[in-house]
Design a binder for this molecule. Structure first.
Ligand code: UGA
Length: 458
């Protein structure tokens, strides 16, 4: 992607922007817009978060965000008060979360609460609500009806889905590959397009319903690519092919493209699992059975569990076996463990009676209930000491770059499963590991070597 410097707009062009919800999406959106020269008021209902932000502490781990908050603090206001936000803003982004309900539908209660509060706070003509949260197709239409019913028919409404990835969210915002704007009235879409113009990205102007669908369809397609390559990987293991080479050979075809073809132990995070389930549900609710997505979800669930089979192949019964999980976050560059493969893996291992020790470079505590029974270690070395097996779950650079040959001798048995195909398989085998990646059958698995205390362990 081309790197460009974005000149802040002059004072005369600075907009008064509100952002409701200071989570990943809201914070990044607000802070990036402030860095472009706009005056931004961010509102959250979490008092501790607002206090922290006012003190210059960013409560989430997102590369570059703390620095950007600091550099733009004169254009950023953090508040608990919706009245304050409504008073100070003309373009108001909604970035509250829409978690899945038990039925798989998106939970829109927070979005509804925002509309009620906006009305109570005296929001009205001249203001435009811009939906950043991922909401089911048809939500915009319903919100418009609700605004009308409250006598707020002159409030603008647009859908402006986000395509930010955790870990690279600032770059994704400031150098987007596209900006999607769904509008009921062109004059409202025009105001949003003007906001993004300095970024120079292609703009897709469309209806609100199509914009809402673009978000779901994009995430569902990317998730489909991952499940597809994971199934190819599983077949590769059976037939003696190497999925990394297969993915490269496929990805050079521009119709396929190289991205999102990394085989591994499944996708996680706060977006893909939720959005794929919500799109499947949305289709089902409107009478269409989205068969492909059912498989995408099932393949992903099974993929997380395949590691257990690999461990059993080398260690037999896992009762009492010590397994080190390296990396817990759903991907590198984030402290997010929502729907992470590590959670399923840890729970399955504990259910098999294994002793699970874990390390993640940015997650040390606060995981509480979600990793109950897992022994959190301060270093990767501590997690691996005396272990029967280690699983690379998240491909953090600092984990990939560990001194693997030296670590081998600290383990009881040297089974190493690379759940992200991030390690050099030949080097690991050379170092004496019984090594398995995902879909890399060309790699010989060696018999487990019992390391005697006297010979190999220091
Ligand atoms: C994803 C999308 O990439 C963003 O465009 C979107 O805005 C965001 O969801 C959202 O809806 O808010 P994110 O969840 O941050 O972003 O993470 P990704 O980098 O897309 O990774 C998702 C998962 O897929 C991770 O667990 C990752 O390890 C896995 N993955 C990704 C693979 O297993 N293989 C791949 O080739 C790529």
């Amino acid at each position: 992607m081309v790197t460009r410097t974005i000149e802040p707009v002059s004072d005369g062009l600075a907009q008064r922007i509100g952002v409701i919800g200071a989570g990943y999406v809201g914070l990044v959106t607000g802070v990036c817009l402030a860095s472009m020269g706009h005056n931004v008021t961010l509102r959250d209902i979490d008092a501790a978060k607002v206090t922290a932000l006012n003190d210059g502490d960013v409560p989430i781990y997102e590369h570059g965000l703390t620095e950007l908050v600091k550099a733009n603090d004169d254009r950023l206001t953090f508040t608990l008060s919706m009245d304050h936000l409504v008073e100070r803003s003309e373009l108001i982004f909604i970035a509250v979360d829409t978690p899945p309900t038990y039925s798989g539908d998106a939970d829109l209660s927070r979005v509804r609460a925002v509309i009620t509060e906006f009305a109570k706070a005296g929001g009205g003509e001249g203001q435009v609500l811009i939906m950043k949260s991922t909401v089911p197709v048809g939500t915009g239409e319903r919100i418009r009806a609700e605004l009308r019913a409250r006598g707020l028919g002159l409030v603008g409404y647009c859908s402006n889905p986000e395509f930010l990835r955790e870990g690279t969210a600032i770059g994704d915002f400031l150098r987007p590959d596209r900006v999607v704007i769904g509008q009921f009235e062109p004059r409202h879409g025009d105001r949003i397009e003007a906001l993004y113009r300095p970024l120079g990205a292609p703009v897709v102007r469309t209806s609100v319903a199509s914009a809402e669908m673009i978000k779901y369809a994009s995430n569902a397609f990317l998730a489909t690519k991952i499940s597809f390559i994971n199934e190819i990987a599983n077949v590769c293991e059976e037939v003696g092919a190497d999925v990394d080479v297969v993915a490269r050979g496929m990805g050079l075809d521009p119709r396929i493209g190289p991205s999102f073809l990394r085989a591994g132990i499944g996708f996680g995070g706060s977006c893909f699992p939720k959005d794929v389930a919500a799109l499947k549900q949305l289709a089902g609710d409107s009478g269409y059975h989205f068969q492909l997505l059912t498989s995408v979800i099932e393949v992903n669930e099974l993929q997380k569990r395949r590691v257990i089979g690999k461990l059993k192949k080398h260690l037999g019964d896992l009762e009492g076996k010590r397994v080190a999980l390296l990396g817990l976050a759903f991907k590198p560059g984030t402290d997010d463990i929502r729907e992470a493969s590590s959670l399923v893996l840890a729970a399955r291992l504990l259910a098999e009676g294994a002793v699970v020790r874990a390390f993640d470079p940015v997650i040390s505590d606060g995981v509480g209930e979600r990793l109950r029974g897992v022994d959190m270690c301060a270093t990767a070395e501590a997690a691996m000491a005396d272990a029967d097996a280690a699983v690379l779950v998240t491909e953090w650079d600092s984990l990939v770059g560990l001194d693997w040959p030296a670590l081998r001798s600290t383990m009881r048995k040297a089974v190493l499963i690379d759940g992200r195909n991030a390690l050099d398989s030949e080097a690991m085998i050379g170092a004496g590991y019984t090594f398995e990646g995902i879909g890399r059958a060309s790699v010989r698995s060696r018999a487990v070597t019992e390391l005697s205390d006297t010979q190999d362990r220091r």
